[in-house]
Design a protein around this ligand. Structure first.
Ligand code: C5P
Length: 222
């Protein structure tokens, strides 16, 4: 039997980038390293939770005790998220999901020809928003990286994606976020929670992960 703030809870965490194929040898992706999601996974496990990471391609070791499902595309990440939703109590979306994917993935390597190549893109599904619409809805945590109007945009996403909590950081600061080992963030909660806003001051991603676990446990207790 496990002890801790999240004992008995099954936490599912999406992390890292997604990779959207163009042809058999090329893809569209982003610079997400997965560090924040992996740190949160470790913190949740340390707090007694059963933890599943649904991870895009990253070069990080799987945290001790954490189950990891490797995926490439946003559609694959959504499929595995939907498969786990019924058994999930807390869903934490840290993944940097590609907003668009290639409309028609080429079956064979695209050969170079003219000076221009056009690739049509179509919108990917919003994973966290889709999970939040399921009948058995877990406690939903999203992330927002903003460079301006941080509070306004974060609160907007909290509502439109139907989240319980959103963790938001100012990515215009070079000392935190992205590939950094440190982070600082502001948490906003949905209206039904007593706490509306909470600051997590600059600390290691592991420490931020711990504080996030405490905030989630406090909200779940309501
Ligand atoms: O809308 P935006 O991409 O800024 O929202 C970020 C939040 O939504 C993150 O929690 C991210 O993991 C999640 N997200 C998602 N699926 C997408 C886009 C974003 O789950 N297609």
């Amino acid at each position: 039997e496990k002890f801790g703030l999240l004992a008995g809870q099954h936490v599912v965490i999406t992390a890292g980038p997604t990779r959207e194929a163009i042809d058999p040898v090329r893809y569209i992706s982003n610079h997400s390293t997965g560090k924040m999601g992996y740190a949160i996974a470790a913190a949740c496990y340390a707090a007694g939770a059963d933890v599943t990471l649904i991870s895009g391609p990253v070069s990080l070791p799987t945290p001790n005790g954490v189950k990891r499902i490797n995926v490439q595309s946003a559609q694959e990440m959504l499929k595995h998220s939907l498969d786990l939703v019924d058994a999930c109590d807390v869903f934490i979306a840290t993944a940097a999901v590609a907003d668009y994917r290639v409309a028609q993935v080429a079956e064979h390597k695209i050969k170079k020809a003219g000076d221009e190549l056009n690739v049509a893109l179509i919108k990917n599904p919003d994973i966290v928003a889709t999970i939040a619409q399921q009948a058995k809805r877990p406690f939903m945590v999203g992330f927002a990286a903003e460079t301006q109007n941080v509070e306004e945009y974060a609160k907007g996403k909290l509502k439109t994606k139907r989240l319980d909590m959103i963790a938001c950081n100012d990515v215009s600061r070079s000392d935190i976020g992205f590939a950094s080992d440190e982070n600082a963030m502001t948490l906003f909660f949905a209206e039904q929670y007593a706490m509306q806003k909470q600051e997590l001051v600059k600390a290691s991603k592991l420490e931020i992960g711990k504080q996030l676990v405490e905030a989630i446990a406090a909200a779940l207790a309501k």
